[in-house]
Structure formats: structure tokens, C-alpha cells
Write a protein that binds this ligand. Structure first.
Ligand code: FES
Ligand code: FES
Length: 143
């Protein structure tokens, strides 16, 4: 459908022109995470101040789904409160698994990945960056 085509375009745009690519020089510790099924990996750094994600950067190697999802994730959480970022991760996880999700929140480009729910093998690709983000922000809060 046209919507699928539009979504594909959004995904490829993030893949070809990733947002927030590159690790921050003044960021937190680096979070490393990989997808054990394929070995694709992601690295993340954040700058969190007053409970707000002021900046975030990523590096990684992986398929177009994992890398575009990482780009979308950084775009979506930048400027948000830590708890909002984590909440968004839960919504994303529900959406990607084909569950009912909270659609009151503006998901922006992230919605383009909802078709992944039809391809269970790809769910881990799409959630890799989000899992890394949750882990990193949780660790950040404990410091
Ligand atoms: Fe199509 Fe990863 S790019 S599945
Ligand atoms: Fe490895 Fe998608 S195939 S993350």
C-alpha cells in the first residue's frame, strides 16, 4: 500500500542519513549491546542533566532495521525526560510486538517501523537500540 511505501521511505531515510550518529565526547559511559542472533551491535552515549536527555549519540553496525531504529530512537528521546524516554521504549516495544500500544503519544517517525511486527525474526533488530537506551539510562540514574 501507499502507507507501506511511505514507511519504507522513512526507514531508508534514517538508514542512509542517520540522526545523531557518532559517540559524544562529553557523554556518559558507553553502552554496548549486540543482537546475539546476528552479531550486529550498537554503542550509545548520553548526556543527561537534571533528568533530561540533553544529547545522545550512537555508533553501530547492523541491518537497515536496526540502524534506522537507532536513528529514530535518538531523534525521539533527545530533549525528553528520562522517564519519558523509558516510557516511549515500552510503547515502542508493544508496537513492534503487534500489541495494543498507547497511541496518544506522538510517535513521529517511529511509527514507520510498526510493520516489523509481522516479521518476528526482525523484532530484535528493531528493539536493539531501545534496549541499549533503557539500560544506559537506568545505569545513569544509579550514579
Ligand atoms: Fe531488512 Fe534487517 S534490514 S531485516
Ligand atoms: Fe542483525 Fe538486524 S540482522 S540486527
Amino acid at each position: 500500500s501507499n502507507l507501506d511505501a511511505l514507511y519504507r521511505q522513512v526507514i531508508m531515510d534514517h538508514y542512509k542519513k542517520p540522526r545523531n550518529r557518532g559517540l559524544l565526547e562529553d557523554g556518559s559511559h558507553t553502552i554496548n549491546m549486540n543482537n546475539p542472533t546476528c552479531g550486529d551491535r550498537i554503542q550509545l552515549t548520553f548526556k543527561v542533566e537534571d533528568g533530561i536527555v540533553k544529547d545522545v549519540g550512537f555508533e553501530g553496525e547492523g541491518c537497515s532495521i536496526s540502524m534506522s531504529s537507532a536513528s529514530m530512537m535518538t531523534q525521539a528521546i533527545k530533549g525528553k525526560k528520562v522517564e519519558e524516554a523509558i516510557r516511549l521504549s515500552k510503547i515502542f516495544s508493544d508496537m513492534i510486538q503487534g500489541k495494543d500500544y498507547d497511541d496518544e503519544v506522538d510517535l513521529g517517525d517511529i511509527e514507520a517501523l510498526q510493520g516489523v511486527s509481522k516479521f518476528p525474526a526482525r523484532i530484535k533488530c528493531a528493539t536493539l537500540a531501545w534496549k541499549a537506551m533503557e539500560k544506559g539510562l537506568n545505569e545513569e540514574e544509579q550514579q
